[in-house]
Ligand binder design. Structure first.
Ligand code: NI
Ligand code: MN
Length: 228
């Protein structure tokens, strides 16, 4: 199945298959590194990894305009429903759901999840997406944890991993994450958006390709990668 993965900067990502446009963590407004504005984005489903403003982003505006179904943890879905979203589906850590377009499962993440208005956003998650036999792991914001090896047991084709340090894993821990996950491809994310998460992704790519079998796809915001 042809799957096109577009990275918009930070954690914002579009996964497009012949059946669906799935948008993850749509942080466009207020993100100087974002490659486009939220008004240009089309989506069928929006998945939100955790409650922080740089991940909830423009979810409500995009969902209201496009009618996209929003998927997140139970607490974040409550928050979205209070803002008038009706096409929603709550999940929680370890739980997944199969839709006609594929499967989405919430995986653990070591991170916070307070919502922009200060309300309780449950716990942060990562996403394991399955489309036919192709699997994409979007780690959200997280530190390194050894149970990534269990996610790796699922035969991950593409892992999207934060490398920014300060709020999430830095490059050294992200290399360890690649070893635990053993994916075919890696796209680094969550770097350069803010001063405290400046990184050189090329240095990360060199380390990964020296120490693991994975191939690193370095994208500029707005660029895409076709996963075959
Ligand atoms: Ni966060
Ligand atoms: Mn973040």
């Amino acid at each position: 199945m042809g799957i096109k993965v577009t990275w918009f900067g930070h954690a914002a990502t579009m996964v497009a298959t012949p059946m669906i446009k799935l948008l993850i963590d749509p942080f466009f407004s207020g993100n100087d590194k974002a490659s486009c504005s939220p008004e240009e984005i089309e989506a069928d489903v929006i998945a939100v990894t955790h409650g922080h403003a740089d991940h909830v982003g423009d979810t409500v505006a995009i969902a209201k305009r496009t009618g996209a179904m929003v998927i997140s943890n139970f607490e974040i879905i409550n928050y979205f429903q209070a803002q008038g979203l009706e096409n929603v589906h709550p999940l929680h850590i370890g739980g997944g759901r199969s839709f006609e377009w594929g499967r989405i499962k919430l995986t653990q993440a070591h991170h916070g999840s307070a919502l922009p208005d200060g309300s309780y956003g449950g716990v942060a998650a990562g996403l394991l997406l399955s489309f036919g036999g192709t699997k994409i792991y979007h780690a959200g914001d997280t530190g390194l944890f050894s149970d990534m090896q269990l996610i790796g047991d699922e035969n991950v084709d593409l892992a999207m991993l934060p490398i920014g340090d300060n709020f999430t894993m830095g490059p050294d821990d992200a290399v360890k994450a690649v070893k635990l996950l053993d994916p075919r491809y890696v796209i680094p994310m969550h770097y350069d958006t803010f001063d405290v998460i400046q990184q050189d992704p090329r240095e990360f790519a060199v380390m990964v390709e020296k120490e693991t079998n994975a191939k690193v796809q370095l994208l500029e915001p707005g660029e895409n990668f076709s996963l075959v």
